[in-house]
Design a protein around this ligand. Structure first.
Ligand code: MRU
Length: 378
């Protein structure tokens, strides 16, 4: 299985997603500062992966302080150090809630432990290291459950006995590269493939960062899943087709508000409108760490805006190779010089357009009045 995040005994490396799909290179992350830059520059991305890398970078940094014998002995000082690092890490990217939730959880554990007068600096750090390590394992388990729950829901509610295999459209990258492994929406697709219920997957290119063509296509090819790449503007035409008939659009999420509004990769909202118009199920697959009950609705979600260069340039492999036969990666301009650019990384899909939210503990659907009850998942 593809692994975007590797960690063992204080050593963290991540697959550099800026170089995919051309080069598979792992880069080492030793500190929270290195993690902040890797997250901001999107060497690692995807809501769960961002949170896990941030937590493991803190674990790595604390392990380094312990092995160099420079960790403060007082629990209070270590608590302050951890608080500062977490406050800094959450400034890397604002929209995905998983990192905020992780920081809140770690701070809760640390505050709880350090309220004991016998607490030590060393054991405060160990609590954080153990929590970060367990996140890596738990996220993978949760994704496998999400996959199974999504598979069962699609079989029960999105396909018919006369055509018992599903054709699915997905957006952005929600797979092994966006999580600790398996994936959320891509996990549902993997589960459909394993149960022999998948006919075909369509993945969007996902402009401007091309998570679909670079990363999801890479994972689908890697796993031998029958798949076709489309540009974002082809989705409407695809949904008009009866052969193949798309049964469901399945996407991930960066933050699900308490009312079921979903912040996800820019373009998700458009797909949800298309799905509703064409009578296609629109499903959101996300772990409970992506559900933010403290955010009432999508109006309260901060949408990250990214540099204009992501829209005005494109990076790719040239069709010629260098003298040694290596691929040549170039960045080229694709827009008129001087044009103004708007580059929101995410949009918000209102809950009215969402048919179901697939989590590791079950699938949430709306009641007869059209309301989700996401509190029931906790
Ligand atoms: O900007 P990105 O690549 O971090 O955005 C990723 C997405 O929008 C994903 O759909 C979302 O994080 C879910 S990943 C399991």
């Amino acid at each position: 299985m593809l692994q975007a995040i590797r960690y063992s005994d204080g050593n963290l490396t991540i697959l550099d997603q800026l170089q995919l799909p051309y080069t598979e290179e792992y880069v080492s992350i030793r500190t929270t500062v290195e993690a902040w830059h890797a997250i901001r520059d999107m060497r690692v991305r995807g809501a769960p992966a961002i949170a896990i890398v941030a937590a493991l970078s803190l674990a790595s940094e604390l392990s380094g302080l312990i092995s160099n014998n420079i960790l403060p002995t007082s629990a209070g000082e270590v608590k302050d150090l951890i608080t500062d690092k977490l406050r800094y890490l959450i400034t890397s990217r604002p929209t995905a809630v998983n990192l905020h939730e992780t920081s809140r959880k770690i701070m809760g554990l640390v505050s709880n432990y350090t309220s004991d007068p016998a607490a030590t600096g060393h054991d405060t750090a160990i609590i954080v290291i153990q929590e970060a390590e367990s996140m890596l394992v738990k996220d993978l388990e949760d994704n496998q459950k999400i996959g199974q729950n999504g598979n069962n829901w699609i079989i029960a509610k999105a396909i018919s006995p006369d055509s018992p295999k599903a054709t699915v459209l997905t957006h952005c990258n929600t797979g092994s590269l966006a999580t600790s492994g398996y994936g959320t929406a891509l996990g549902v697709i993997r589960a459909l493939a394993s149960s022999n219920t998948l006919r075909h997957v369509f993945c969007t290119e996902t402009r401007p960062y091309n998570q679909g063509s670079r990363l999801t296509a890479f994972e689908l090819v890697h796993d031998n899943i029958p798949a076709t790449l489309i540009t974002d503007s082809m989705a409407a035409a695809l949904l008009t087709r009866t052969n193949p008939k798309v049964n469901a659009v399945v996407v991930g999420a960066d933050r699900v508000a308490a009312n079921g509004d979903v912040a996800n990769k820019i373009g998700t909202y458009g797909l949800a409108i298309l799905a509703r118009h064409h009578g296609v199920k629109f499903l959101v697959a996300a772990p409970r760490t992506t559900i933010d009950l403290s955010t009432n609705s999508g109006d309260d979600i901060v949408i990250e805006e990214r540099p204009s260069s992501e829209v005005t340039t494109i990076k790719g492999a040239s069709d010629t190779r260098d003298a040694r036969g290596n691929l040549v990666i170039n960045t080229v301009s694709i827009a008129a010089d001087g044009i103004d650019v708007w580059n929101p990384a995410f949009d918000v899909t209102p809950s009215t357009l969402v048919d179901a939210i697939i989590t590791e503990v079950g699938v949430a659907e709306k009641d007869s009045r059209g309301k989700f009850h996401l509190y029931d998942l906790f």
